[in-house]
Design a protein around this ligand. Sequence first.
Ligand code: C2E
Ligand code: CA
Ligand code: CA
Length: 604
Amino acid sequence: MTSSDASSQPIHLKGDILVVDDVPANLEFLSTVLTQQGYKVRSVLNGPTALKVAEAAQPDLILLDIKMPEMDGYQVCLSLKTNPLTQAIPIIFLSALDQTKDKVKAFTVGGIDYIPKPFQAEELLARVNNQLKLRAAQRQIQQLNAELEQRVIQRTAQLEREIGERLRIQEELLHVATHNSLTELPNRTFLIQRLMQLFNQNQQKMSDSIVLILLECAQLEAINNSLGYHAGDQFLVSLARRLETCLASGTVLVHCGEDKFAILLENSPNLNDAIQIAKILQRETQLPFQVEDHIIHIQLSMGIVQGAPTYEHPHHLLRDANAVMHQAKTQGTGSIQVFNAAMRHRALSFFEIQNELHLALANHELSLVYQPIVSLASAQVKGAEVLVRWHHPKRGVIFPSDFIPVAEETGLIIALDRYILRQVCLQIKTWQEKGILISTFKLQVNLSAQQLSQPDFIDYLDSLLSETQIDSQNLALEITENALMQKGDLAPTLLNALKRRRINVSIDDFGTGYSSLSYLHRLKVENLKIDRSFISQLTQTRDSWGVVKSIINLAHDLGMSVTAEGVETAEQVDYLKELDCEFAQGYFWGRPMDSCTVAVKTSE
Ligand code: C2E
Ligand code: CA
Ligand code: CA
């Protein structure tokens, strides 16, 4: 109800009036006049009765005679005003006393008006009427005030609820902003905030009792692509929970995103403790994971970095942790690396490489070398793998392991791969024009996963083929199994497009990734390259021999030929021949060499 609604309510004038006078004739007169006007009138002859009657049922107005025996009007009035039940009742004094001091006293004790005797009916009624109007208005104001107060209370309660809700939402938002929604673990933002806090608490220095362990699980991508994202998510949650169980309570475990986690040890002055923790994590995560009805084996790569007062910003600690984890990854999955000064040097050169690689492409500092691939049965060169070298104006030759990861991280790999592919097509064209390439000879070019995920990759390939007009049979591509898995459902489309162009595909580095032969079966790839790590073990243990044998057999069952990578000894050659491996490459036949040498070998 609004205040204008309240004020428009009718004021009930006719009210309950108590008349107090010791002269019965006065009482009768007043009672008659007022009753005629519709008022309810109660009459009493003395003060004590008046007090009782007024307390029992409060009238709207009291007409009170002053001069009465026993208790005069002033005393009655004072008593009424001290009783909480009656103190609000307006009192009009009636008196024949006409002295100013009497009137003043009447107002002092709490009267609101004064009617002199003898009464004039009109005057009496007018004054009564006015007072009752006033009283009604006062009541209405009181009621409005009470309503207003009630509304204020309600609104306050509502505001309190709203504020509470807002605080809750704010807390929730903060939680969302600093936690990973899948694993519910603190995220990278949280980690940076926490590092910043520790840094500030320690006079803007990174204490050496802080150790950061970064870890990555390379198999997530493959799990996502082969079993689906739902399974990938389930796996991540299980991994998070297992990591948690390996850590002391209070240790901060962070899910930096996707397959990356971090562990922040805030009070670990001894680096060996961190290494021990890393080893425990590794051991525990090597036990299989069950996701839906699949058993998954994983290996974590870990990088460890210790705080030092030389760190000028928490970000630098993260930077080095990243660098050392990269290093661990290049050592192979399952490796633990600790950051050291030499790596800091390398980590810095990462940025230099990043900047200078752009120029390298424009300045034609990248060149191609070729490593022959031989047929084990005929000992003839059947093709060559193309590998890139960077001739840096100051540093000399830089090998791919030093810049391909940088190119991949910065996205420059797309331009780099295309540059190499074009150079290879131009080389094929030259050799074809010279007539020294037989149609079965294949130049195998490595392609990154990112290249394959470019929607216009086939268009680019077509533009090269039409530009150079080469016989595409001389071109082949090497794609890692992980890269194919990343293509997911689009992999068959890509492979079919290549098949239509008579471009063979080899699965590169087989055995280092997810290694799902049944997945490869669906893809119908021509050739599979067994990773160097298996070949180097081949003659060492019966197990490795068994693994290589079963890979070769399965590949054959699936209609694929097999190439062994990194063959270095005659013994390895004999073993591979025995296992019916078709092709091989490695230092045994030759290191990657320049184009002329390969061309000569080919033409032999
Ligand atoms: P990859 O594709 O597995 O290439 C084989 C690597 O093994 C080459 O190293 C090669 O020199 C080396 N290798 C060959 N035979 C032997 C051997 O008998 N023993 C030993 N210990 N090593 C041997 P490289 O040239 O340093 O290339 C390293 C990696 O860089 C390649 O591994 C490939 O993944 C990548 N890469 C090289 N060139 C390119 C390119 O043009 N594009 C892309 N995307 N990646 C490239
Ligand atoms: Ca390769
Ligand atoms: Ca390889």
